[in-house]
Design a protein around this ligand. Sequence first.
Ligand SMILES: Cc1cc2nc3c(=O)[nH]c(=O)nc-3n(C[C@H](O)[C@H](O)[C@H](O)COP(=O)(O)OP(=O)(O)OC[C@H]3O[C@@H](n4cnc5c(N)ncnc54)[C@H](O)[C@@H]3O)c2cc1C
Length: 404
Amino acid sequence: MDSAPYGIHIVGGGLSGYAAALALAGHGENLTLYERTAPQTAPKTDAIRTTTINAVSYQFLQNLGVIDALPADAISPIRRIIVSDDSTAQQPLDPLMEWHHDQPLAWVIKNNDLINTMADLIKKTPAISRRTATITGYHPQHTDLGAVAAGLTSADDTTTDICVPASLIIAADGRTSPLRQAAAIQTISRDPKQSAIVATLTLDAPHEATAWQKFVKTGPMALMPLSQPFDAALVWSMTNDHATRLIEADDATFMHAFNTASGQIFGGAHAISPRQSFPIIPQHARTPIARRLVLIGDAAHSIHPLAGQGYNLAIGDIMELAGQISRTKTLGMDIGNAAMLKAYARARCPEIAMMTLATDGLNWLFSSGKKRRRLAGIGMSLANFPPLKALAERVASGRIFHRH
Ligand SMILES: Cc1cc2nc3c(=O)[nH]c(=O)nc-3n(C[C@H](O)[C@H](O)[C@H](O)COP(=O)(O)OP(=O)(O)OC[C@H]3O[C@@H](n4cnc5c(N)ncnc54)[C@H](O)[C@@H]3O)c2cc1C
C-alpha cells in the first residue's frame, strides 16, 4: 500500500520549505511545493541578510548537496566567537565569553545564495513538483476522502473551489503562516518592540574569521565574517523608534552611530550595502500539529535573531520530520497519521522551548538597564568557566539534542 496516497504537500518556498523539499525527496518521497511568488522574483528580497548555521545544520545541508553547490564566496567559516558588553568599550574585543578553534565553529551563508542554490537543486529534482500558488484554505477532513486526507485550497483557484487532497501538509509559510491561522492554531507571542537592522560593512582591520557579538545599551549587535577578509554582516537589534531613525539616516550618521556603539570594533567600519530592517516578534505555536498538518520553521517558532538560531531550529524540525516519515513507512503505516504527528511534536518541544527561553532571556537581560546588563555580563563571564562553556558550545553547535 502507498504510505502517502494523497501525497506530501509543502506550502512555502522560503529557506525552510526548500530544505524540507530537498530532504524529503532524498528520502524517496514525491512532493508538491507551493510558493506564492514566482521563482525569479523571490530571492531579490533577501539580498543583504546572512544566515549563520551550526555544525549539525552544515552537515545536513552538505548531505543535500547544498554546501557544495554554493558559489565559493557565499559561505565563510567562523573560527572565533567573542561576546562582550558595554563595560569593555575601551577595548572592544575584551570578551565576556570567547571560543577559538582551528576547526570552524559555525558558518555564515548569504541568504540569496542559499535560496537560489536550493531553488536550482529543486529544479533538478524530478520528485518535486513546484507550483506558484497562494494557499489559503486548510480542510482537515475532505468530505470525499474521509479521515485519510486533508484538503488545501488556493486563492489563485478563483473559478472553481479546487481542493487538493493531501496525506500530509507541511506548513513552511513563515511567521504569519496563513495555514496555521486556517487550522486555528494559537500562538504565544512577545513583542519586545524591537527591530533588527542588517547591512554589509567593510572593516578597517581584517576580521580573521571572528564573529563578534556585543550587548550594547541599544540592544544586541553582531558582526559576522564574510568571505572577503574585511567584509562583515551586521545584525543590530534595537527599539523600533531607534531603528526607524537609523534606517532613515544618511550613511555617515548611521556609521557614526555604529562606530560609537561598537567602540570602533575592528578599527571602525563603513557601509557597503543599503540597510534593511526586520521586525522582531518572537512567537511560537501552542502546538506544531493539526490533523494531517505539521508546522516547520518560522510558521512554528520565530525567535530573536540575537543568537542566529532560527534557521538552525527549522533544520531540526526537518530532520525530525524526515525521521518520523521514514519510520512510519518502515512500519507500513500511513504518512501523516495522528501518532506520527504527535511523536514529531513531542520530539521538537525541548529544543524549541530551550532556544525560546534562552533568546528571550538574553535579550531581556541585556536590553534593559545598565545594572541588569552588568549583572548579565558577570553571569556570562562566569559562563566562560570551561564546563559551562563546553555546554554552551554544544547547545550552539546543535549537538545537545538528539536528532535523527
Ligand atoms: C535579521 C535576521 C537575522 C537572522 N539570522 C539568522 C541566523 O544567522 N541564523 C539562523 O539560523 N537564523 C537566522 N534568522 C532566522 C531565519 O532567517 C528564519 O528562521 C528563516 O528565514 C525562516 O524561514 P522560513 O522558510 O521558515 O520562513 P520565511 O522565510 O518567512 O518563508 C515563508 C515562505 O512562505 C511563503 N508563503 C507564505 N504564505 C504563503 C501562502 N499562503 N501560500 C504559498 N506560499 C506562502 C512566503 O512567500 C515565503 O517564501 C534571522 C532572522 C532575522 C529576521
